[in-house]
Design a binder for this molecule. Structure first.
Ligand SMILES: [Zn+2]
Length: 466
């Protein structure tokens, strides 16, 4: 019965949904939900009326930014009024905001090229294309021929459009512990891949300057662009594209012409908030509950036709599951909001070791703050933001068994009083360097703390033995 009820609801939603992407006019609005009914209404807008929620946060009495497709704007505003939600229009010219950001980036590119003679620094001037990122990795690898065994480059597999997902390993050959970081799961979050590139550059500087203290302990694996298909599409066609580019041919027996799966809802650990019930020894049924992931292919948070359905998801899982590597930490970089988040995302309860996760996040974010004064909020995903099942972070901890797992939501802040909050996903390229700088320092301090706590643990073990 549950299943048929859910099916009816999905098909009903679909009839409203059609093709709501960023094409034509959109209106950016702010709402503040005051009741649980308001939260449910916002989820309905997202799932059925093509609303794109920009704020990761979805909580009572918090500002929520949503982009409304023009065709649905008056209907949504009417519903808000009916249910007592105040709507403030923040921007009714999103194309203008994208243009403003692009203009600042263009000026920055000209200035940076004039002022720097270092050809390796071109990644600071503008957001690179996929091809440029591939070239950048290759150049970084070749920077110091005598130290080439400190780095290696390999592909973890291909995307739907057959692009390789490149990964770089940086570390001394004797390093035995492993760290994994990825960027660019969500296509439109351009500041994320640029931050991974910045960190790659700096870690390789350490190798070149013969200061590989961290790198003699850790091999650091960085995937600068996990969703290259979506990223290319966002760079060339629709700036606000979020998902991958896989078609959704099968949709509960119907054909959907909406493209793309939200990769960060596709990972198969409590996918779609699935809850398993064992009825007898042989029969297990599951129901899907709505928690931050959608069953509608036209939604921005579409979780895919089944768990782990996407090649990008599977490729990351293969890397994490390789038994030869035991991972100390996994960090996945998104934007925006300035949050350093630990699991779980699928439910509001905490992992058993959450205090350790929280302490380490504090060490990282405090070091980050010392660079430019940027403040991050720390907490579990479901408690700080809202339940969102199917994330790579939950899978890395729940299935991959990695202890220290974090989602880092980079700048800008989602506080509307923040001077740069209005840029949201369109942070101009002037931010590549400051965001990269502070994040690199925060991550390094976090890694150092992993070394220290391991030393302390082995010391106390030895003391106990003696
Ligand atoms: Zn994201």
């Amino acid at each position: 019965m549950w299943k048929s009820m859910i099916m009816c609801w999905i098909l009903l939603s679909y009839s409203y949904a059609n093709n709501h992407f960023y094409k034509g006019s959109h209106e950016l609005v702010r709402v503040v939900p005051k009741t649980n009914e308001h939260l449910q209404l916002i989820r309905y807008f997202e799932d059925s009326l093509g609303v794109d929620r920009w704020s990761e946060v979805l909580q009572l009495n918090r500002d929520i930014k949503m982009s409304l497709p023009q065709a649905q704007a008056s209907k949504i505003k009417k519903l808000c009024k009916q249910y007592g939600i105040d709507v403030t229009v923040l921007n009714n010219d999103l194309d203008g905001l994208i243009k403003k950001s692009d203009d600042i980036s263009k000026q920055h590119k000209i200035r940076t090229r004039r002022s720097t003679k270092d050809k390796n620094s071109y990644h600071l001037a503008d957001y690179l294309t996929y091809e440029q990122i591939v070239r950048f990795l290759d150049e970084q690898h070749k920077r110091s021929p005598s130290l080439q065994n400190f780095t290696s480059i390999f592909s973890i597999g291909n995307t739907y459009e057959n692009r390789s997902i490149w990964t770089i390993r940086i570390g001394k050959p004797s390093a035995r512990r492993n760290i994994l970081m990825d960027c660019g799961i969500h296509a439109r979050e351009f500041i994320s891949p640029s931050t991974c590139l910045y960190m790659i550059d700096k870690f390789i500087d350490e190798v070149n300057n013969r200061r590989p203290s961290i790198l003699s302990i850790f091999n650091i694996y960085i995937i600068p662009l996990l969703n290259p298909d979506g990223y290319e599409y966002a760079q060339t066609q629709r700036r606000m594209w979020r998902k991958n580019r896989a078609p959704n041919n099968y949709y509960y027996g119907a054909y959907s012409n909406c493209i793309g799966v939200d990769l960060n809802r596709n990972f198969g650990y409590h996918w779609m908030g699935e809850i398993f019930f064992s009825i007898s020894c042989t029969v297990t049924v599951f129901i899907l509950v709505e928690n931050g992931a959608s069953a509608n292919p036209c939604s921005e948070t579409y979780a895919g036709p089944k768990p782990d359905s996407e090649s990008e998801t599977q490729n990351l899982q293969k890397l994490i599951s390789q038994s030869s590597r035991n991972w100390d930490a996994y960090l996945t970089f998104h934007s925006y909001g300035q949050y350093w988040i630990y699991p779980w995302g699928f439910a509001s309860y905490m992992p058993d070791d959450y205090i350790e996760l929280k302490n380490k996040a504090e060490i990282g974010s405090e070091a980050l703050k010392r660079v430019n004064g940027t403040s991050y909020k720390i907490g579990s995903a479901a408690n700080l933001l809202y339940e969102s099942a199917g994330g790579s972070d939950d899978w890395a901890k729940g299935v991959g068994q990695i202890k220290y797992v974090y989602t880092v939501e980079l700048r800008p802040s989602d506080d509307l009083n923040d001077a740069h909050a209005h840029f949201a996903f369109m942070l101009p390229s002037t931010f590549i360097e400051p965001v990269g700088q502070e994040t690199y320092v925060g991550v390094k301090e976090f890694l150092r703390s992993l070394i220290t706590s391991r030393r302390q643990k082995s010391l106390s073990k030895n003391n106990y033995k003696s």
